[in-house]
Design a protein. Structure first.
Length: 193
């Protein structure tokens, strides 16, 4: 909503091109590695093919009162492009929503022993669960470290720990232990982290 507020966007702007020019295009330029390049191309194509409907979908993500309906409408319009839709929600409110690279996170979850899957499951229910899984990691980290951990910090932690563990196992190292966890940690703390 802050993004729209700064641009002075109102509902009456749907169909004028203002939402595409001032919100959608600048936002997608910031996506970088958060959205698959093919999804970015598809997004831009949909913006030019049906600009009025694209603006309505984007507007409803940010101003609608029903996240589920906004998510489902985005899937209908842009396709089941999980990276893209999650990114749009992440921009809406990074305190509640996270970006996702589904196949990558599925690997990270598996490496970390988290029984959750996102690949080919682009739905509101799955996305809410994904954010909840990362939030539970955030809670454990916060409890362990004793200071405030942001949701995006836990997201990065899962990404990096999983990546380093995968790289370590490929080189024969002992997985997550290679992150230099303190050997004096109680085993249950180490396991939780």
């Amino acid at each position: 909503r802050q993004l729209f507020a700064n641009a002075g966007i109102k509902e009456r702007d749907i169909g004028t091109g203002k939402i595409i020019d001032q919100i959608a295009i600048p936002a997608i330029k910031l996506a970088q590695n958060l959205v698959n390049v093919n999804q970015i191309v598809r997004f831009k194509n949909r913006l030019s093919e049906q600009p009025d409907e694209a603006e309505r979908v984007i507007y409803n993500i940010y101003y609608g009162n029903d996240g589920q309906t906004a998510f489902e409408n985005a899937v209908k319009f842009f396709g089941a492009k999980y990276d893209l839709i999650a990114y749009l929600f992440f921009i809406k409110d990074y305190h509640r929503y996270l970006p996702i690279r589904s196949t990558v996170f599925d690997k990270r979850f598996k490496t970390l022993g988290i029984a959750f899957s996102t690949a080919y499951q682009c739905s509101w229910e799955n996305y809410v669960q994904f954010n909840a899984v990362i939030d539970s990691v955030r809670s454990m980290m916060q409890e362990y470290y004793g200071f405030t951990i942001r949701l995006i910090d836990a997201h990065s932690f899962v990404w990096q720990v999983g990546l380093i563990s995968e790289m370590s196992s490929e080189t024969g190292a002992n997985g997550v232990k290679a992150l230099a966890f303190d050997e004096s940690l109680p085993k249950e703390k180490e396991t939780a982290v």
